[in-house]
Ligand binder design. Structure first.
Ligand code: HEC
Ligand code: HEC
Length: 324
């Protein structure tokens, strides 16, 4: 599976993509034909195109297959130019933060955000609509089936892995500092540790002038980034990811630096997701760092966005204790 050139040779990777673009067009044409021929209610047999390999490419080359620059408007399913693998590093194949190796074990499960029992496919569509600022994929589309089949193959891969390779090689887990995040300090961290790749205006660096190739270094805010309903928009979720994975290949931030830089990034403008007030039908199920209300507690939206989180945490812990 891991035949991709390891970093830092990202330009070689982009070139390889450019070379395979011709092949891509053929596969897309095949997908379209299959999609049209698939009769209603014939869900039993997944279309031949819905393979693990197609799923892997969808996650790695998302703007190429589902981006806004796709010649076929019906295929423009994502609203930014990130790839799933921009966050699910190495297409989810490495143990650790935002790995997809154990995803199959996690579903079906109850989602507080949806207020319902959810499956892998529902979870894919949450990232489609939030992290990718796009539209949900139809459940019976070859793309949904291919992505799910890829994730299931990772589950099988994980089950077959030895204890040694299941071990996470990452810095110590992020521990939330007991204070409000300092956006100004975050900007200082950003300009020393992140700017070289993600750019002065957070806009990243495109892989080539062909927008379908997406980004070599993805944007962290602005129109091509995740929207304000995304998990990465939560300061603690982002800090956990950043501490574990960034700067890419050399993750060395302290908890304080990860916390502040995460707040800095998430203080910046990004696409807006409609109807966020409908999330978490049970408001008490909202994560403490959910940046948008309404809440089931007396704390301000600002405090939910930047902290300090200890008082919010203590409030909910007290509620859970049996009142005697
Ligand atoms: C901007 C970053 C980002 C992008 C891009 C992104 N995701 Fe995610 N994804 C997340 C975060 C954050 C979580 C939630 C982790 C958590 O709940 O702690 C997540 C969770 C998931 C999960 C659930 C994992 C599990 O084990 O429960 C799946 C499946 C998933 N994403 C698939 C996708 C797919 C498919 C795409 C592309 C269509 C995608 N993601 C794009 C950030 C991202
Ligand atoms: C050496 C280049 C490099 C540096 C430095 C770097 N990143 Fe990244 N970052 C990347 C790449 C590349 C990805 C996408 C993952 C991939 O393609 O493998 C990424 C992904 C991300 C993502 C998730 C995707 C997105 O666009 O939202 C976040 C958040 C992020 N980086 C934050 C940071 C922060 C904060 C710093 C500074 C502490 C930083 N990065 C430093 C290269 C870098």
């Amino acid at each position: 599976m891991n035949t991709d050139t390891p970093r830092p040779d990202r330009r070689g990777f982009a070139l390889a993509l450019a070379v395979s673009a011709g092949l891509g067009a053929v596969v897309i044409a095949a997908t379209l034909t299959l999609g049209e021929r698939q009769p209603e209610g014939a869900a039993a047999a997944p279309p031949a195109i819905a393979t693990e390999e197609y799923g892997r490419r969808l996650l790695r080359e998302t703007p190429e297959w589902l981006g806004q620059d796709h010649p076929d408007p019906a295929r423009r399913m994502i609203g930014n130019r990130l790839a799933c693998a921009s966050c699910h590093i190495e297409i989810g194949t490495k143990p650790g933060t935002l790995t997809l190796l154990q995803t199959t074990e996690h579903y079906p499960r109850f989602s507080g955000r949806q207020g319902a029992l959810t499956d892998i496919e529902d979870r894919i569509n949450e990232c489609m609509q939030r992290s990718m600022n796009g539209k949900p994929l139809p459940m019976d589309s070859p793309e949904m089936m291919a992505m799910a089949s890829y994730l299931r193959s990772l589950g099988a891969q994980y089950a077959a892995m030895g204890a040694g390779s299941k071990k996470t090689v990452e810095p110590a887990t992020f521990k939330t500092p007991n204070r409000r995040a300092d956006v100004a300090m975050g900007q200082v961290v950003y300009s020393t540790k992140c700017v070289a790749c993600h750019g002065t205006d957070g806009a990243g660096l495109l892989a080539t002038s062909d927008l379908r190739k997406g980004y070599l270094f993805p944007p962290l805010w602005g129109p091509d980034s995740y929207n304000d309903g995304a998990g990465m928009g939560r300061v603690l979720t982002a800090a956990r990811f950043i501490k574990a994975r960034m700067p890419l290949g050399q993750a060395d931030l302290s908890d304080d630096e990860a916390f502040d830089v995460s707040a800095f990034i998430n203080s910046k403008p990004r696409p807006a997701m409609p109807n966020l007030d409908k999330d978490y039908p049970d408001r008490a199920a909202k994560p403490i760092d959910n940046p948008y209300g309404p809440y089931a507690d007396p704390f301000s939206e600002d405090q939910h966005k930047y902290g300090p989180f200890e008082p919010i945490d203590a409030y909910y812990k007290a509620l859970k204790k049996p009142a005697k």
